[in-house]
Design a protein around this ligand. Structure first.
Ligand code: SF4
Ligand code: SF4
Length: 213
């Protein structure tokens, strides 16, 4: 049942007698509402002349960072709308070292999302174990043909350029493990290169000691 508005006055009093109304009181109330509204700040957005200021976590469209995708199919399996289409094939990779075993890996042939079916739940982004899917705040991709709302991998990659940078870490936060691992590898490489350069440098002739002939 809907609740009566505070300005609503029934025509009769609770006792059942008719309520007296002052002539012109309705007009005065209407003018009071108009005056009150006139002094308030307008919230109208002048879109499309002025773009709206969107919150940083706006769910506009999904971007695909293809290099991170291992074709594990988790996003397609978990999507409640079944609107992610992935095709792939297997390739044999030669062994990394002589005597090693050949390995097989999945190669992506097609990755598409049908945004006419997507309900922007974000499950695909949450479940992706390899950080290959991201939210972009872009929302201007309306089409007159519904088939155009299926964005193929090239289009999904283009959306990646519109994904905002992640917020800065808290100053006292732990270093992310990916950055720590990359830094350690870079330090090891630099140390190995410095050692190689020291070995390759020509030895300087030693000064003869006093008393030596
Ligand atoms: S946001 Fe939800 S509905 Fe849209 S593709 Fe991802 S999992 Fe599917
Ligand atoms: S869950 Fe991530 S890695 Fe797996 S197929 Fe989807 S986008 Fe690729």
């Amino acid at each position: 049942m809907s609740r009566p508005s505070p300005d609503h006055h029934p025509a009769t009093k609770p006792s059942g007698r008719p309520r007296l109304s002052i002539p012109g009181s309705g007009l005065a109330k209407g003018l009071a509402v108009t005056l009150r509204t006139m002094t308030r700040k307008s919230v109208t957005e002048q879109y499309p002349d002025a773009l709206p200021e969107l919150p940083p976590r706006t769910r506009g469209v999904i971007g695909l960072f293809e290099e991170n995708c291992t074709v594990c199919m988790l996003c397609a399996r978990e999507c409640p709308d079944w609107c992610i289409y992935i095709d792939s094939h297997k390739e044999t990779v030669p062994p990394a070292a002589p005597g090693g075993r050949e390995r097989s890996r999945n190669v992506l042939d097609r990755f598409a999302i049908d945004f006419s079916l997507c309900m922007y739940c974000g499950i695909c982004i949450e479940v992706c174990p390899f950080d290959a899917l991201f939210w972009s705040p872009e929302f201007e991709y309306a089409e007159t043909d519904i088939r155009e709302l299926t964005h193929e991998r090239d289009k999904l990659r283009e959306w990646m350029w519109t994904v905002p940078a992640p917020p800065a870490l808290d100053p006292s936060a732990e270093e992310p493990k990916e950055i720590a691992a990359a830094r350690k590898t870079a330090e090891k490489l630099a140390a190995a290169q410095a050692a190689q350069a020291a070995q390759a440098a020509p030895q300087e002739p030693q000064e003869p000691q006093e008393g030596e002939s």
